[in-house]
Each structure stands twice: as C-alpha cells, then as structure tokens.
Design a protein around this ligand. Structure first.
Ligand code: FES
Length: 162
C-alpha cells in the first residue's frame, strides 16, 4: 500500500478489497462509505487528495465525495488524535446536561469541538444521537460508550487516555 500525501494510492490488496466491496452492490456507489473507511484507515484521514483518488475509483466527481465526507462526523478531514471523544448533543443528552459536559471537555482539553489537542492525544467531537439515550448524557470514546456523564466521571475517563 502507498500512503503518499500528494498522491494517495491503494496497494494491490486494498484495490482488490475496493473491487470486492463494489461488487456487493447493484450500483458500485453503494460501496462508497466502506471504501472511505478503508481510505481513512489507510491514509490516516480523508484529505482533498484522498477524496479525489476515491472519486476516481467510483467515477464520481471529487465534489460528490466531499459532500459525503463532510456529511458524516466519523470521517476526518485532518489528522485525528490517538483517541476520539464524541459527545452526543441530541435531545435527551442536551436535556440532561450535554452542553455542560462539552464545555467541561473544551476547558480540560484546551481545544474547541472539532479540534485535536496539540499533543495529538484527543480529538473532541460533538455528534448526533448515539442511540443510548437512556444513559444520557452520553459520549463515545474510541469504540466504547460512556454514559450518565458528570464532570467528575469525564475527568476519570480523560485520565485513562494516553
Ligand atoms: S440523545 Fe444522546 S444518545 Fe440519544
């Protein structure tokens, strides 16, 4: 696999996976989301150059791929931190204090939502419903969910992120 910032390109194994994914759908565009995840895993994030490369694999315009990338919160357009902390800001979480949790996180981390700490440790996001409203306020930390958040609980979770 090749991960050049100027001309990103999948290696033969990943290209075979792209073709396999495209073959699963009547219209190969159905595979765009998983191929974008593959691109993100391969290149670290979805730069404009990666968007253009993926667009070529689907015979789509780079603008079309850009719309998809910017619609979903879990595609990163810049290098992300070693950990991704994504706080739900939707209704149940909002009513139970998500705004205060987000403010607490921005103060503790010293970054705004959408930014990564200068040491590359944490990227902070604010996202739509995480489908665990009964544990509001909720956040996702990498691949696990943390609910019933309080500032104290958030501090404990942050302390465990290296
Ligand atoms: S509203 Fe936050 S998890 Fe559903």
């Amino acid at each position: 696999m090749t991960a050049n910032a100027r001309s990103p390109e999948f290696g033969p194994e990943h290209l075979a996976e792209v073709r396999r994914l495209q073959g699963l759908y009547p219209d190969k565009r159905g595979a765009l989301l998983p191929v974008l995840h593959l691109a993100q895993d391969t290149f670290g994030y979805i730069s404009l150059e990666v968007e253009a490369y993926v667009a070529g694999l689907f015979e789509l315009s780079p603008a079309h791929v850009h719309e998809v990338v910017t619609f979903y919160t879990l595609y990163f357009q810049h290098p992300k931190g070693r950990h991704v902390v994504a706080v739900c800001h939707n209704l149940s979480c909002h009513l139970l204090g998500a705004k205060g949790i987000i403010e607490h996180l921005t103060q503790r981390l010293g970054v705004e939502v959408g930014e990564t700490t200068p040491d590359g440790r944490v990227t902070l996001l604010s996202v739509e419903c995480l489908c665990a409203c009964e544990q509001a306020p909720m956040m996702q930390v990498d691949d696990r969910y943390e609910g019933n958040l309080t500032p104290e609980k958030v501090d404990g979770i942050l302390g465990g992120l290296r």
